[in-house]
Design a protein. Structure first.
Length: 221
């Protein structure tokens, strides 16, 4: 009889343990269900706070477009430079820099395009002697010197403890960057290369038109 009683006790214990596990799981599930609205509200609040701290800019173009001028062009673009320039812009530096100073480093990426304006060519710029075509091309010029806004960025900015910075400082840095990018291209000889490329292109064109020899004259000022 004793062995049977022991077996029954074990079975009863197993059943009680099983019921206890089920009860605990049920309580945990009930607590989780009860706290779910609070958790959802917390997540929603965290999302709203994040959006408030890091808002997404809203761009609203004005529906009215004003076209000031339309002009036909006959530009022959013969060279393009891609330039990177680091610009330092600062204001209120010196003794009070720590309090009201403003300084930024702007990494500028831009392009400069040069060539010749074919509208400036006149019949007097062509002369044929002994089956040789003499051509005077207009002076090369810069057509475009602009920043690439997608690649240009403010690398670092330091402001004093009593200021949020000069709102115009980045604009001034961008303007200076465009000037420096054009200046760098000019110093590297972009206009000379633009003229050489233009002469190569126009020479092939004139040969196709039946002129076996083409000589380009320098512009006489």
């Amino acid at each position: 009889m004793k062995p049977r009683k022991w077996i029954w006790q074990v079975l009863v214990f197993i059943v009680l343990v099983g019921l206890g596990v089920v009860a605990v799981n049920s309580v945990q599930s009930s607590i989780s269900d009860a706290l779910k609205p609070v958790s959802d509200m917390t997540n929603t609040l965290a999302t709203q706070v994040s959006e408030a701290m890091h808002p997404t800019p809203t761009i609203i173009p004005d529906p009215v477009t004003v076209i000031h001028e339309i002009r036909s062009l006959a530009r022959l673009e013969t060279i393009q430079y891609s330039v990177e320039k680091v610009i330092t812009a600062e204001t209120r530096q010196g003794s009070f820099e720590f309090f009201v100073g403003d300084k930024l480093l702007f990494v500028a990426h831009g392009e400069v395009i040069a060539g010749i304006d074919l509208e400036k060519i006149s019949p007097e710029d062509f002369e044929v002697k002994n089956q040789i075509l003499y051509v005077t091309l207009p002076e090369p010029e810069i057509f475009i010197a602009t920043l690439d806004n997608e690649q240009s960025y403010v690398y670092n900015r330091e402001t004093g403890i009593f200021t949020h910075g000069d709102v115009d400082l980045e604009t001034l840095a961008r303007q200076a960057a465009e000037e420096e990018i054009e200046k760098a291209a000019l110093e590297d000889g972009i206009l000379e290369i633009a003229l050489q490329n233009a002469e190569s292109y126009m020479s092939l064109l004139f040969r196709d038109l039946g002129y076996p020899e083409v000589i380009f004259r320098e512009v006489v000022e």
